[in-house]
Unconditional design. Sequence first.
Length: 465
Amino acid sequence: MKRSHIIWLAVLIAASAALFVLFLVLQDRKNNPVKNDETPKAFTVMTIDVDSVDKIEIHNTYYDAVFEKKDDKWYNDNDLPNPVIFENLVHEFLKNLLALNKIENPADFSEYGLAAPAGTFTAYAGSKELVTIMVGDRVPTKDQYYCRFAGDPNVYLVSSSYAFYMVRERSYYTSRVSLPSISAAKYVTEVTIEGSLFPEFHAVKLMPNPYDYSNKNLFNWVIDKPYRAAVEADTINAPWLAQLEWYLAIYCDDMKVVRPEEFSKYGLSNPAATLTVKYTNEAGTEENSYTLLIGDTTDDGGYYAKLQGLDVLLMMSEGKIRNMCEFDVFANTYATLFFPTYTTFAKVEITTENGSYVFEQIPGEEKNTFLMNGKEVSEDFMSDWSSHTLMLVATAYRPMDTPETDPIMTVRVEVMDKEKNRDSELRFFRGEDGFITVERRGVCDFVIDSRSVDNYINYMKGLQE
C-alpha cells in the first residue's frame, strides 16, 4: 500500500473516531439534560407584610407622586389611582422582592447608576417605612438592573420587573377619568332632577304611551313633574329632543381627585341638587345611568359637582348646570290638549253651552264609517274637525284646584283599542282674566286663551247648521 494511501486512511479513521465521540456526547446531553450553570437562581432579599401597606411614594424619571390607602381604596391629591395597578404593586411586586445576584463590598454607587437612581419606590405602614427600593442602570448584555435597598450596603442584580413597576410614566399608575357619554338623544330613557336648588323634574320614555293618540308613537316621552299628571313632551316640534342633547355628555372646566371626607367642603355630602339620567346602549340591550351631584358655587360663579361613585371633584360652568337643570318645562311640553287622530277613537262626545256633538267610528268589512250625531260624515269632514281641534293649545302652566263652576265645554274620548290606549276627558272652565282653565286627566295644570275655546265652540255650532 502506498504511503499516501496509508496517510489518508489514518485521517479518515481519526475523523470517524471524533465524530463518534461527538455523537456520544450529544446523545448523553439529550438523555440527561442539565440546566445552564450560568442561569441565575433568584433568592429573596427581604419580606414585608404587604397587607399592612397603606402608603406608597414613587419618584422616577417620569413621575413623582404619593398614594395613600383608606378603606381599601387608593388616593392621590391630583390623580385617580388605577386600582388594578396598585393591586399588582402590592401583591405581586412587593410580595416577591427577589434578586438574581448580590455584589458585596460594591464600588461607589455611581458606578451602578444608584447615586441618582432612575426610580425610587417606598412603602409604608402608617408612619413606619417598610422598604425603600432604588433602581439604577441596566446591566450590560443582560435584561437585569442594578438595585439596592435602603439600609443594605450591598448592590443587587434584579430582573427587569423592578424597572417595569418602578420607572413608569404617569398614565401607568393612574386611571383616566371616564365621564359619561351617550351617542345620541334617542338612547336616553329617563331624566330626573331633585333637590332644593332647582325645580323638581321628571320625564320618562314610555313605549307605548297610553295617551298617545297619534297611531305613530309620536309622543313616547311624558313629563310628570312638575305636573301633577303625565303630559306629553314636545318631540314633534323638537324642543325636548334639543333639551336631551344637554344630557349626552358631562363637560367640566376642571377636575380634582379628593378623598370622600373632603366633599363636604364643597357642599357635596348633602348636595343641593341631583341630576339622574338613564339611557341604553345602541342595541337597546343594556340599561345604564349616571347621577350628577351639584353642590356649592365656585369662586367664578360655577358649581362644584361630582358623579356618584367617582371620587373626583368637578368644576362646571353655571351655564352648563343651568341648561341641564333649570329650563322652561312648559316650552318643552306638547301644548296641544289632545292629538285628534280620528281613526284612533271609537267615540268622541263634545258638550258645549250650545249643545252636544257625538262623533262615532263604526268598523266595517272594507272601511270604517264615521257618524256625527248619528249622521254619516266623510273622512274629509273628520279631517277638517281634527284640524280645528288641533287649535286647542294650552298657553301657560298655571296649576290650581278644579273650579266649582260648571264647565263651558267637556270633551270625552273613548278609544278603539283599549289595550293600547286609554280613555280621557277634558273640561274647560271660564276664568275672569281672558283665560280658561283646563282640567286634563283629573287635574288643572294649564290655562288656554279663551278666544281659542270660543272659536272652537262656534266652529262646533256651525257643524249643525
